[in-house]
Design a protein around this ligand. Structure first.
Ligand code: NDP
Ligand SMILES: O=C1O[C@H](COP(=O)(O)O)[C@@H](O)[C@H](O)[C@H]1O
Length: 497
């Protein structure tokens, strides 16, 4: 692994504390960091190195998946951290930063490989990229890379503007756009599950699959992010990025070789084949909702409009469900249903693939019925794959019942999304990062939905906190003769019914 300098903008922020430092520490324990490296944390305050190192140590105690015990290993890890005061808008601060970076490179005798991580508000992305270029920080004989956090733009036009600015300072293959869903174990596993299993490959198409359902339901509400969330809604916060990335990974077709380039090319083909939705059609295919007061885990919770910081009368979406079509030979005619919402009955991210059921009615003379086969890929909080099929239960008079095979892993042993993604970026592997074309095409699909939401041509349905979203979302599937498959427990009940 190549020695490098990790320059972190936003080193005093929430994401650095909760995700980035713990990720670096666990990578260090797993031997996934180079022997020689420096982390230079940036923020506006003056903070002595020793205090900064103490702060990083504290965040590891609170958030690392493995305990950060006092000792030489922790000391050695923390000794790689330096702090430098910098205001993103002050060019002179970048000149001073360059001196610090160079002096650390000389001190450690390492090449000028530099990774710039922008863990700051999106309005700073452009100014930082341009100062990196102008200050000379980006003029390296080694490699330079940029990790950029979400959101990438607010709509199609702003995403294009941002990309154009970043492209003045970094090449596309130097830009690593984080979508933390692409770092999740089961999302990464999708590629292998779908591509490396000939049996699954054989049925992964419109001859055998009736529909695909991708759900990301959350029990949390808007939390302390009112300012950001009320401008974004579920459509920008989850749908345009995470949900469409999961869709691309699910519908992936077998490339000739498994390389970052080939996989990205296949993902791009999927998003290119997404049937565009014109603004007047949005209301037919997209359901928008906002949570009202309700009960979650036995406790009353307020409605969205009564959350602190949310303007009265806000028409922001906290729930979105949509029906999408992929117009290619494999998926033509298979609806993909996506839904995501806050304050729903459970935290669950999963993909349910419902197979066609040509055996329906076969056992009606015995008063029995078969259920469709389901492949359920649980992404979060459980990581599990299960397949349900019909079989006779000898203990129940040989009646047909659902039988389930499943595979799950112990989560605490697994690296977190940020560990995987930072590690990949250090190695220059962009397989699980969002390519500009994917981001642009995702915005292109979503733009008419944003426009229809903005002029209220799509109804805003209310749903009680603690429910499964508005009834209109059930109707969306009902129109096609389907229903949402709920959580694993409900699935079980459905099969026993
Ligand atoms: N927090 C999370 O869970 C998630 C965050 N993200 C994204 O990550 C990014 C960071 O989020 P988060 O950590 O929550 O944000 P915070 O508000 O917690 O932190 C912002 C950071 O930016 C720094 N900063 C602000 N203004 C300036 C300035 N003028 N010059 C230099 N530094 C400045 C702050 O440092 P100081 O005040 O010390 O100057 C602080 O370190 C955002 O893009 C967000 O959308 C994405 C997914 C999840
Ligand atoms: O990016 C985001 O994701 C989280 C949900 O992530 P998960 O890993 O817990 O599924 C969401 O709560 C947040 O609003 C959004 O910004």
């Amino acid at each position: 692994m190549e020695a490098m300098t990790f320059v972190l903008f936003g080193a005093t922020g929430d994401l650095a504390k909760r995700k980035i430092y713990p990720a670096l520490y666990n990578m260090y324990l797993d031997g996934k960091l180079p022997k020689s490296f420096t982390v230079i944390g940036l923020g506006r305050k003056e903070i002595p190195d020793a205090v900064f190192q103490g702060n990083v140590g504290q965040s590891l105690k609170e958030f690392s998946r493995r305990p950060a015990a006092e000792g030489p290993a922790l000391d050695e890890f923390l000794s790689a951290f330096r702090y430098h005061p910098l205001n993103v808008n002050h060019p002179e601060d970048y000149a001073k930063l360059l001196k610090l970076v160079q002096s650390r490179e000389t001190e450690l005798g390492i090449p000028d490989n530099r990774l710039f991580y922008l863990s700051v508000a999106p309005e700073f992305f452009e100014v930082i990229a341009s100062h990196i270029k102008e200050s000379g920080l980006g003029s390296t004989r080694g490699w330079k890379r940029l990790i950029i956090e979400k959101p990438f733009g607010h709509d199609l036009a702003t995403a294009r503007e941002l990309n154009a600015k970043l492209s003045e300072a970094f090449e596309e293959d130097e830009i690593f756009r984080i979508d933390h869903y692409l770092g999740k174990t089961m999302v990464q596993n999708l590629e292998t599950l779908v591509l490396a299993n000939p049996v699954i490959q054989a049925v992964w198409n419109n001859r055998h699959i009736a529909n695909v359902q991708i759900t990301a339901s959350e029990t949390v509400g808007v939390e302390e992010r009112a300012g950001y969330y009320d401008q974004s809604g579920a459509i920008r916060d989850m749908f345009q990025n995470h949900m469409l990335q999961v869709l691309m990974m699910t519908a992936l077709r077998l490339p000739s070789r498994i390389t970052a380039k080939e996989i990205r090319a296949e993902k791009r083909k999927i998003i290119e084949a997404l049937r565009p939705i014109a603004k007047p059609e949005v209301a037919r295919h997209v359901v928008r909702g906002q949570y009202a007061a309700g009960t979650l885990n036995g406790k009353p919770v307020p409605g969205y409009a009564d959350e602190p910081g949310i303007p009265a009368g806000s028409r922001n979406d906290t729930f979105v469900a949509a029906r999408l079509w992929i117009d290619n030979p494999e998926w033509q005619g298979v609806p993909f249903y996506i839904r995501t919402g806050k304050r729903m009955s459970q935290k669950s991210t999963r993909i349910v693939v419902e197979f066609k059921n040509p055996t329906a009615g076969l056992y009606s003379s015995r008063g029995e019925e078969t259920e469709p086969n389901l492949l359920v890929i649980e992404i979060n909080p459980n990581e599990r794959v299960s397949f349900r099929f019909n079989g006779k239960n000898p203990r129940n008079e040989g009646k047909i019942e659902a039988i389930e095979m499943d595979f799950s892993t112990e989560q605490s042993e697994l690296p977190e999304a940020y560990e995987r993604l930072i590690s990949d970026a250090l190695q220059g592997d962009s397989t699980f990062f969002a390519h500009w074309k994917e981001v642009e095409l995702a915005w292109q699909w979503v733009q008419p939905v944003l426009d229809a939401f903005a002029d209220n041509s799509v109804p805003l349905h209310s749903y009680a906190a603690g429910s499964n979203g508005p009834e209109a979302s059930d109707k969306l599937l009902g129109e096609d003769g389907f229903r949402w498959w709920l959580d694993p427990k409900a699935l079980e009940l459905a099969f026993q019914a």
